[in-house]
Design a protein around this ligand. Sequence first.
Ligand code: MN
Length: 434
Amino acid sequence: MSGFRFVHAADIHLDAPLAGLAGLEETVARRIRTATREAFAALVDRSLEERAAFLILAGDVFDDSDRDMRTAIFFADRMRRLASAGIRVFLLHGNHDAGSGITRHLPLPDNVRVFPADRATTFRIEELAVALHGRSYPKREVREDLAAGYPDPVGDFFNIGVLHTALDGREGHANYAPCSLEGLRAKGYDYWALGHVHGHEIVRRDPPIVFPGKLQGRHIRETGPGGAVLTEVADGTARELVFLDLDVVRWSRIELDVGELENIEEVQAAIGNAIGDAVDTEANGRFLICRVVLVGRTLLHDALAVELPRLRENASLDAVAKGAQGAWVERIELRTERPDRGRPDLGEDFDPLLDELVRLSGDPEFHREILGKEEFGRFLERLPAEVRQAPEDPILAALLEGDSDPLPLLEEARRQILGRIGRGTDARADSRRR
Ligand SMILES: [Mn+2]
């Protein structure tokens, strides 16, 4: 038997939107919107470059069964590219594209074979002595062991089982077409081309039982490289498995301990460094979408909540210039805690003052009184020119601009005070608990 190579991919979710990207700048949004498509184009190009004998798509090629016809036209066009190089495609429908209209209504070139959903079917490539066995999902939720109904291996052929399954259960994935590793091994096939689980995993080596993982990550739970597996077969055995990273946008969840940091500026700098490190070590030349999770016990806990929008904006501006493609900060998540010890002990005496502040912030009489005071106006006039021209404090800025809606200002003042004394931002709940 001669040697050949094939590419195994799954969970492409072609043209599905990437999640959690509200507020994205338009230039960045455009590049991200087309990510699943570009990654699929890269999969096709790479299959051509590697001179693969065939390409296996093990389910969830499309995101749902009634997608836009433009998706279908793009897909058919890529299939024709493969056809012109004599590369066959074996496509199986999973839970997301069960009963997909795309493969039923669109004429696909005849290099594409779709596994039927009514029973397990075998496709043979006589000149390579390869047999591919598979069954598409007849409906979205398949609770039975589909593999149990797969046929016996074809003698003296290289037998591949194509299956969309959660195996014996994988965290975060619906337990569809459950089956056991022993059950798969007992079939006597030479390679199991699985799909459904989005993390790349070589479950077993001999014979290989493989999840290629998602082709392109679509949200923050799909961090790390996305791609496909290139398998080299010689003398009827899968000799070598190579992961091809083909994603165009990558997601990273960065956990950053700020427990030792003294002030907001240090936190800002640390966020910038952490994103820079992630771009260097994880992006591999791609555009990186980051979520920064701040952890640790710190006196800055409340101040961080106040400063969060500014931290994120600065981090985003900074990230644009990182690496070859730049990065974007999807979110900064606060998971910090107030320290147990070292918290300023302000004593019980402080609580009435907080309560008063809460009461006054909702009292229009007080607003008129304080903002209408002559002394207050004189205080603003006497500020040094450089402060008046570029006030850093948002409250002062609003007052100087004559923004006299006092409610948000007092609310901001309360938040700042609470932040600086290391108290919760919800003073009402805080003071009543005692
Ligand atoms: Mn799936």
